[in-house]
Ligand binder design. Sequence first.
Ligand SMILES: O=C(O)C1=C[C@@H](OP(=O)(O)O)[C@@H](O)[C@H](O)C1
Ligand SMILES: C=C(OP(=O)(O)O)C(=O)O
Length: 406
Amino acid sequence: MELLLRAKSQHLKGQLVIGGSKSESNRLLILQAFENGIIIENLSNSDDTLVLQKALQSSDKTIDIHHAGTAMRFLTAYYAGQPGREVVLTGSKRMKQRPIRPLVDALRTLGANIQYLEKEGFPPLQIKGCKIEKNEVKISANISSQYISALMLLGSSLENGLKIHLEGKITSAPYLQMTLQLLEKVGVKTEFKDQSIQIFPSKIQAKTIAVESDWSSASYFYSLVALSASAEIELSVYHEQSLQGDAAMIEIYKQLGVETKFKEDSILISKKGQAISLLELDLNATPDLAQTIAVTCFGLGIACKLSGLHTLKIKETDRLLALQKELQKLGANVNVTEDSLSLEKSSFILEDVKIATYQDHRMAMAFAPLALKAPIIIEDAEVVSKSFPNFWECLKKLQIISVTNP
Ligand SMILES: O=C(O)C1=C[C@@H](OP(=O)(O)O)[C@@H](O)[C@H](O)C1
Ligand SMILES: C=C(OP(=O)(O)O)C(=O)O
């Protein structure tokens, strides 16, 4: 599906309810599989959550989690610790290119039985579940935090608990904090000190937990506000005390002229003041914001230097290359390295450019707000369903951009 986006107004006013966080939801689904008395409120309606939920309810011999990184990593550890369960865990073509060796190696040292069925180090995997009794493991921390969260979730179900030694620089650290805090919420004792995480033997408690709405999804509306002439928009359900690292966008977008105020269950974001002329950020802790921020800066005509992006190459697509290619089509001057992106300030945006989305939801959603500056076409717009199935409806509801099939 191709969508043509055109500005209808430069003044934004509206209210939206955003779906639950997919990261919180996917952790809670695994915990619920260990303790079915856990009740999850405001569960994400994203594809990535639905595939994980379906997998956990299925007794099929082959489980296909499509593009969902967290589902792939969390289920690898989950199945490895389920005695008697035999499963082939597979995914999309792209999933078969996303590395999983650090997690498989760690699980094997704990005694798990996992084999690669195609390329060594990558899905699909054949997993024969067993009782895991060892309780100490090491893993490299600079490739994906999801491997570590997968071990932490598994650790909460183990009789002897689990001590995880983290090697190297920790990437995407707030996602580890999110896992720790959710474990604590269901009564699992944890300790994160220096380079090691301890999951103490605990009994997971039956609890009702409400998922906060997804902050990464909110980022596209921060971008819209930044690019509009005037704006005031309310998004719910959000709280000042968030488990999601992407709430850091509040401070980031301040520098781009966006102000956030917390209300009881929502945020009010408005356009206040000017953007700075050069935005310099290390996004190691918030990799999912990189595309949104780069595109906002381009739309504002300001320069940016983004670093800490080494994990972007192994996400839904090589996000650094995809960003460079699509921004260049619009007339941007942009350079990327293995872990950074720099964009020069620009004074024009080419019109009616077709943006390829590389089966990456965030490519589609990050480029959409640019329509406020120039008409734009988003290819394969349905990709948004990976994290935000009603993104286009939300955009239409704001009545600031017309969204049509050309
Ligand atoms: O644990 C999670 O829920 C996630 C961790 C991050 O991945 P990496 O740790 O691979 O950077 C993030 O990019 C992803 O969207 C969700
Ligand atoms: C990287 C992402 O997801 P995952 O790694 O879980 O596929 C994302 O949602 O941006």
